[in-house]
Design a protein around this ligand. Structure first.
Ligand code: SAM
Length: 338
């Protein structure tokens, strides 16, 4: 990133969250779907959304300034990316993820970033995730996991296509959450059976999604803490997706050693997470996610491929390499137990 020279670039950052909030408000009103379905004038938008014309005009103007919509002769239209990703029924529709995870969870959580930077817990009696998701007026556990699951399905399919598990029969998904990655690997590999290890509250959600996908009989669940509960052994592959960014320094080595012990010789470990490059220059989205990860865990590390590979090497793995999984956001490190 080029060092900034102009005060307006500072202002753009200072006020940038207002544009994010405008997007969240528009998604909440399902404004882009309404425009796509023909409510494309100010009076029609005001009527369709129930928002008074003066307020709708101001919101629409803000959305125009960031390129989400255009206006010509009094008619509004969605920009190409808006039409592809922010409209009901569009191929890449991820409105729920934006509404619940970005708008409801991350935005609310980041209000507490100063506390987290000082190493203070955001809530006195619970983690930030639990506090924001389950507190009064919070987004709620089921809404959060369903949005998270929907957001993970695409990346999970991508990973399952890229990682060849031919011949593998056992797969352990540590901190597997709703099980999106497990389900994608099971669909891709008909001989595979999987185990998801996660906290008890999360395992109930994972059971629900496995059954809904018709794959319940190929998934076992272990309820517990990945740092202390025994992992099933003799695995062909172990996946940890977005888990290393959620635990702290020493716990990362513990997970690496436990993965090594759970794999059969020749078995594959996959660490998928937000990672910045080794020089800590970017990419920006990865850096921003890692900053948000600190809300829940003040010990969280600024992960890089070098850091992840060193932790795996220290645990005895032979590194195969790290490659981009989601452009500008995540990396996947592969390593084998010799
Ligand atoms: C961000 S979610 C990722 C879920 C899933 N791996 C995915 O990529 O969609 C992180 C998951 O790790 C789990 N997790 C974090 N620390 C854990 C621990 N010590 N033991 C078990 N699960 C843990 C959380 O409960 C959560 O489900």
């Amino acid at each position: 990133m080029k060092p900034i020279e102009d005060v307006r670039e500072i202002s753009a950052l200072t006020y940038g969250f207002i544009a994010s909030k405008a997007l969240f408000a528009a998604v909440e009103l399902d404004l882009f779907t309404r425009i796509a379905r023909g409510a494309d004038t100010l009076p029609a938008i005001a009527e369709a959304t129930g928002v008074a014309a003066n307020r709708a005009r101001t919101l629409l103007t803000t959305l125009k300034t960031v390129g989400l919509i255009t206006e010509k002769d009094g008619r509004f239209a969605n920009a190409p990316a808006t039409a592809s990703y922010l409209v009901a029924g569009a191929p890449g529709d991820f409105r729920d993820y934006i509404r619940v995870v970005n708008g409801g969870f991350l935005y609310e959580g980041l209000r507490h970033l100063d506390k987290s930077m000082r190493g203070e817990p955001v809530f006195p009696d619970k983690g930030c995730y639990e506090g924001i998701v389950y507190s009064e007026g919070g987004v709620g556990g089921p809404a959060f996991s369903s949005a998270q699951h929907a957001g993970s399905l695409g990346p999970a399919r991508l990973m399952a296509r890229r990682v060849d598990l031919t011949g593998a029969t056992s797969f352990l998904d540590v901190g597997g959450g709703s099980g999106a990655y497990t389900l994608a690997f099971l669909k891709q590999n008909p001989e595979l059976r999987a185990t998801i290890l996660d906290f008890p509250e999360t395992v109930a959600t994972a059971r629900h999604y496995a059954a809904a996908a018709g794959l319940g009989d190929r998934v076992a669940h272990v309820e517990g803490n990945a740092l202390t509960t025994a992992w099933p052994g003799e695995q062909d592959a172990v996946l940890m997706s977005y888990v290393w960014s959620a635990v702290g320094g020493n716990d990362i080595s513990t997970l690496a050693r436990r993965a090594f012990a759970a794999l059969r010789p020749g078995g594959l470990v996959l660490v998928h997470d937000f990672m910045v490059d080794d020089s800590h220059e970017g990419p920006d989205f990865a850096a921003w996610y890692l900053l948000a990860a600190m809300l829940d865990n003040p010990q969280a590390e600024c992960l890089t491929p070098g850091f992840v590979e060193a932790a795996l090497r220290d645990a005895g793995f032979i590194i195969e390499g790290t490659a981009t999984m989601l452009d500008e956001i995540t990396q996947l490190t592969r390593a084998r137990r010799p």
